[in-house]
Design a protein around this ligand. Structure first.
Ligand code: ADP
Ligand code: MG
Length: 247
């Protein structure tokens, strides 16, 4: 395993059960600074639950999660502090409907970071620019397409200057013609060196953007490796079967 200083996110033997149902079964994972890790796998394999454990929305039944070398706290205040290091982007955008795009992006810095208004606004404009939506700064979410809303959600996550972005199928709720614009933004972040853990069913994109791909099934990591190896020379029959079915 890599040296701790370079590891932004680590899970050791993470297991999670809901009653009798074992959803995660001994997951070991370390994401290094600057690394883009894609998680693929069939529906129900535990991908979302793993991301939710990483950002403290779920508590593992056993095992440990560390963010920037610190175990996730069980104390609510400390956990909230640690979660500031994690930029979360969900399948559904969860923007504040009563706030404009700009206000959505300013909200975290204003209320959590206590940033002054001018600075928060300047940064929000800069981030909207980065996701190609500066001209939509004053639009409310209901006036934006799904792809635009998701780009605002990405800008909002970036506004907290997270050490790592956790993205859970960020394009799966979008109409096909809107997927590309969101993937392009994620690609841009990757090339700027943003550390990311991305759950996706966009195989071509995972191949293109990820440094490492993890295939999960039944709550376990079945296989992982560089995209070329995993996609072109999968070792496990389970991986081979999955890739055949999605191709
Ligand atoms: P994936 O994201 O890979 O599709 P999930 O992590 O969403 O998988 O779900 C894995 C399994 O855990 C599924 O069988 C799902 O029904 C179950 N599950 C997820 N969250 C809960 C919960 N809060 N209570 C009970 N079962 C859950
Ligand atoms: Mg999921």
């Amino acid at each position: 395993m890599p040296m701790d200083e370079s590891v932004v996110l680590r899970g050791r033997a993470v297991s999670k059960s809901f009653g009798q149902l074992v959803v995660l079964d001994g997951i070991d994972i370390a994401v290094e600074k600057g690394e883009v890790v894609a998680i693929i796998g069939p529906s129900g394999s535990g991908k979302s639950t793993l991301l939710r454990c990483f950002n403290g929305l779920e508590t593992p039944t056993s095992g440990t999660i560390e963010v920037a070398g610190q175990p996730l706290s069980r104390n609510r205040r400390e956990l909230a502090k640690q979660r500031e290091h994690l930029g979360m982007v969900f399948q559904r955008f969860h923007l504040f409907p009563h706030l404009t795009a700009l206000q959505n992006v300013m909200e975290g810095p204003l209320t959590v970071k206590k940033m002054d208004r001018r600075q928060a606004m300047d940064r929000a404009y800069m981030l909207l620019e980065k996701v190609g939506l500066r001209d939509k700064a004053n639009a409310y979410p209901s006036k934006l397409s799904g792809g635009q809303q998701q780009r605002v959600a990405i800008a909002r996550a970036l506004a907290m200057e997270p050490a790592v972005m956790l993205l859970d199928e960020p394009t799966s709720a979008l109409d096909p013609e809107l997927v590309g614009e969101v993937l392009q933004v994620i690609q841009g972040l990757a090339s700027e060196g943003m550390t990311m853990l991305l759950v996706t069913h966009e195989m071509a994109f995972a191949r293109h953007v990820a440094d490492r791909v993890i295939f999960m099934a039944d709550g376990k990591i079945v296989e992982e490796g560089p995209p070329e190896a995993l996609f072109d020379r999968p070792q496990s029959p389970r991986t081979q079967q999955f890739l055949q079915n999605v191709a």
